[in-house]
Ligand binder design. Sequence first.
Ligand SMILES: Nc1nc2c(ncn2[C@@H]2O[C@H](COP(=O)(O)OP(=O)(O)OP(=O)(O)O)[C@@H](O)[C@H]2O)c(=O)[nH]1
Ligand SMILES: [Mg+2]
Length: 343
Amino acid sequence: MHPLVEKILQGDTRSLARLLRSIDDRAGSYLSALTELYPHTGRASIIGITGNPGAGKSTLTDQLVAHYRRAGKKVGVVAVDPTSPFSGGAILGDRIRMQRHALDEGVFIRSLATRGNLGGISRSTADTVRAIDAWGADVIIVETVGVGQDELEIARLAHSTVVVMAPGLGDEVQAIKAGILEIADVFAVNKADRDGADSTVRDLEAMIAMGHEVHHSKVRKGPHHGPQTVDMEALAEVAGDEWLPPIVKTVASKAQGIDALADAIAKHRAFLFDTPLGEARRRARVEAELLNVFRSTLVERAVAELGAALHEAAGRVFDRSADPYTESTALVRAFAERALSTR
Ligand SMILES: Nc1nc2c(ncn2[C@@H]2O[C@H](COP(=O)(O)OP(=O)(O)OP(=O)(O)O)[C@@H](O)[C@H]2O)c(=O)[nH]1
Ligand SMILES: [Mg+2]
């Protein structure tokens, strides 16, 4: 057995931290540790928190941690690439923001600032979450900024993804473009103490209605001329068994709306585990994760195996005696042949 595994399963925080370092470096026997830990995972509820810089993700995370701790739950927090200009190199900011949990044995906080590694940030995050799950966390919160490709993958890693919006950040229109609707299971309209929160809620409701291609007059409220609002109850009826992301107003800095947010997350979890549509989503999630692990395993193995050949191919592309498409196909063939002959 991997030396760290037993201790991690007993809830030892230092051993967990040590394994996470070797996961980051993709070093040592981290894969065998993950393999041995896997049967002990799957219990934690994984919550993704994403949104624009400064929307209040860390403050909200901190409040959720407090909420779950009050309920006696063990909590893990993974902050991915916390490098927003807003809070100025936010790892420190996040530490300060979550300091009240730093000495709590039931809370494990980890920052991942390792974009650009071979396995990809989403793979490191997935492995990190897996290890924290085995350590015994009941809830794991993963905070990511924005909605790049990595964030989409990280969102897929979570059971429930909370998209945090804040009025006045210009989030509203941008959100539609960024395809945020696809990943949002719950919306938190944070900074509800500021002007514009209600109009952000209305914008989101209109977006959700549009996303469901519901232009039915029956879900529209208000006068024919002038601003119309969406009747969310009528929309829910039209949507049937489908999940409609609830919108929760929060003031994270004053701990307001946190219970309602946790409640919306719990409802989404119930949808995932108690309905056929939810099961289909969970299945798709597992498939995406397997593909992710498969992809990085394949690339790591191939790069190790092909080493010099890869370098030579790059040289040919560089002096334009070859193109990357032909070279890639040839590399795949070479790898497959080697793999077959050695194993
Ligand atoms: N007025 C108000 N301010 C808030 C609220 N929630 C958070 N803030 C403040 O907004 C700022 C940014 O909050 P963070 O929690 O760091 O936001 P974030 O989304 O984690 O930011 P990055 O990680 O840097 O992208 C901080 O100064 C918070 O104190 C809120 O509900 N109302
Ligand atoms: Mg943050």
